[in-house]
Design a protein around this ligand. Structure first.
Ligand SMILES: C[S@@+](CC[C@H](N)C(=O)[O-])C[C@H]1O[C@@H](n2cnc3c(N)ncnc32)[C@H](O)[C@@H]1O
Length: 313
């Protein structure tokens, strides 16, 4: 695939030469059996978003994802969320990502964890998805829209590849009331590749594109708690752990995390989980809307998750 300037700058930010080897070496140093890698062995590195696997499972419950459905993970990175959806729920997941190295390493980790039949990787752009219309029951995005300026086109593409009656599950960092943000942050070293819009703008954009809201939860408070704990642990540690996001982010890792504490404390960013339906008909959804307002700090367990008709296979 030919690399556009945008793809190149993204690769410069996310790409790491020798990442696969560094992960295998980290597993060895952590005392894990490299010949039989378990999914959770990789959790410190392959969930590249706030609150890791816990947040992935929370969003899956909120979205009511079910066994056997076809899910597209847009900007799915190394595939930790995809392997979780496949391994714990039984979804068939396609990861689409513009960082070639993540796709290559992600594919290898998927094979080593025995999930090659349920998770596939596709190197490509969220703005030009290489899939026919209405291919997927659900589209999933976790912390991947921050790098994308053309959000209209992103959500047009998501809508196009989602089947009628299908579901969008998103967990994204958005703009707070007090922009600009402090850089560097985990998705960008400067403003040239960071494109945050406020939650109300994204909500209006999705409604305008005829998505129907099922849930909208502001999870900024648990995000801030998580970053505070991580920063405190990093300060107390003599050396970084063998496996962690520092392997992906390099030396900027510590200032990036400290900046996220500041960005959240100062209301410069907001962290949102949202679930939206592409109704079968523009004016009627198959799922009743159960909207929780931003004051509600985090989604409650699955008993309170969205009822109705999640996408079926
Ligand atoms: C912070 S990482 C999150 C990875 C993954 N979603 C996770 O939670 O572990 C952001 C990912 O979005 C991908 N990305 C950013 N812009 C993209 C685009 N236009 N098309 C496809 N992937 C993109 C990056 O390559 C990167 O892997």
């Amino acid at each position: 695939m030919e690399q556009s300037g945008y793809a190149q700058s993204l690769s410069r930010h996310y790409g790491r030469k020798g990442l696969g080897l560094a992960i295998v070496e980290g597993l060895r140093a952590a005392g894990k059996d490299r010949s039989a890698i378990q999914r959770d062995d990789l959790a410190p590195i392959d969930h590249f978003h706030i609150r890791g696997k816990e947040a992935t499972l929370e969003l899956a419950r909120l979205a009511g994802l079910r066994r056997g459905i076809k899910v597209l993970d847009v900007g799915g990175g190394l595939g930790g969320p995809a392997r979780t959806l496949a391994g714990e729920i039984g979804c068939q997941v396609t990861v689409l990502d513009l960082t070639e190295e993540y796709c290559r390493v992600g594919e290898d980790l998927t094979r080593r964890t025995g999930l090659g039949d349920r998770v596939v990787f596709c190197h490509g752009s969220a703005l030009e998805m290489p899939f026919p219309d209405q291919t997927f029951d659900a589209v999933w995005t976790e912390h991947s829209s921050m790098n994308i300026e053309q959000k209209e086109r992103l959500y047009d593409e998501i809508r196009r590849v989602l089947r009628a009656g299908g579901r969008l599950a998103m967990y994204e960092i958005m703009g707070g009331p007090n922009a600009p943000i402090h850089f560097p942050v985990p998705w960008a070293r400067d403003a040239a590749s960071s494109f945050l819009r406020p939650p109300q703008a994204i909500r209006a954009l999705l409604s305008g594109k005829h998505f129907e809201e099922v849930a909208w939860v502001d999870v900024s408070t648990p995000a801030l708690e998580w970053f505070r704990k991580r920063v405190a642990a990093a300060r107390a540690a003599v050396a970084p752990p063998p496996l962690g996001l520092h392997l992906l982010l390099g030396e900027d890792f510590a200032p990036m995390f400290r900046n996220q504490v500041r960005n959240l404390e100062e209301g410069r960013i907001a962290v949102i989980m949202g679930v939206w339906d592409r109704p079968s008909h523009p004016s009627t959804s198959s799922v009743p809307s159960r909207v929780r307002r931003p004051a509600d700090p985090r989604p409650r367990p699955s008993s309170d998750g969205p009822a109705g008709s999640p996408p079926s296979s």
